[in-house]
Design a binder for this molecule. Structure first.
Ligand code: ADP
Length: 266
């Protein structure tokens, strides 16, 4: 908050009073912070993939390249452009969520069905089987289906990505009182002790030799936490190095007519 005081004088030049002006600078400061953050991201995170795209395109335009090499270069260009696109989308999503500008469209969501739908995206992929353990009766939560899909997709992707030696990920969905708890359990690299309190910090990535080759932006879990909290839920994890990681997503069950209403269990 800034304060300006100006004396108000009468015709005789004597001070009659003061005019006080209070100016709230928090909005301007927020915009400044966003700009600084964006500039630092552009310089670190965007330039590298863009340089690689430009470099390979230049080679393809100016030289004769054998077909197999050509294919490899195009794949690299595609991967790097994809990385850029994910980074920009994730960054903008997170910015919108953090600044309270994300609009959530809440409705009753059949949680079992949505979990199943997202898990099925991994069907037919060679490395991991996603095993579903869901209850017979369906659990209904109050949620924005698109955002819940985004959250699930991120957490399951991580479970697959960070368990290169494993062949499955288990999803357990259970009702606990008036909550639905989803556990996403992997048998992968695990999370080192010193990283545990930074996992939901944006741009944070665990920097271990065992995962240096695995691509990512460090924005996924920050987005997931924003989404969970916007749903009055929570996201946390337990992990042991070398044994694996379990993420727990806790969401309140949908109630008819607000908090006092009865729970809907189909
Ligand atoms: P990204 O995967 O893009 O790096 P995230 O925000 O999704 O970013 O995750 C942050 C970091 O947390 C990752 O770099 C990774 O090292 C670690 N991590 C996330 N999920 C898991 C998991 N299931 N097992 C082990 N490490 C994980």
């Amino acid at each position: 908050l800034e304060l300006y005081a100006t004396p108000v004088r009468g015709r005789d030049g004597g001070v009659r009073g003061y005019l006080f002006v209070f100016r709230d600078r928090s909005e301007e400061e927020r915009v400044d912070e966003m700009k600084n953050e964006f500039i630092s991201i552009v310089s670190h995170e965007l330039r590298t993939p863009l340089a690689s795209v430009l470099g390979f395109v230049e080679i393809l335009l100016n030289r004769e390249v054998a077909p197999d090499k050509r294919k490899r270069y195009l794949q690299t260009i595609y991967d790097e452009a994809n990385r850029l696109s994910t980074l920009i989308n994730d960054f903008l999503d997170l910015q919108r969520m953090e600044s309270g500008q994300q609009v959530y469209h809440y409705e009753p969501v059949e949680w079992n069905a949505l979990v199943r739908e997202v898990a099925e995206q991994w069907k037919g992929r060679p490395t991991h089987e996603i095993r579903l353990h869901v209850p017979g009766d369906s659990l209904v939560v109050r949620g924005d289906p698109d955002r819940l899909r985004q959250l699930l997709h991120n957490v399951i992707s991580n479970a697959v990505k960070y368990s290169p030696g494993a062949d499955r990920v288990d999803l357990y969905l259970e009702r606990e009182g008036d909550h639905a708890v989803l556990r996403v359990q992997d048998y992968g690299l695990g999370i080192p002790e010193e990283a545990k309190d930074k996992m939901f910090t944006k741009f944070y990535r665990v920097d271990n030799t065992d995962r240096r080759q695995i691509g990512g932006t460090g924005l996924g879990l920050a987005i997931c936490k924003e989404i969970a909290e916007a749903h009055d839920g929570s996201l946390r994890f337990e992990s042991e190095m070398g044994a694996g990681t379990t993420f727990f997503l806790d969401l309140p069950l949908y109630r008819e007519e607000g908090v006092g209403g009865s729970l809907v269990i189909l």
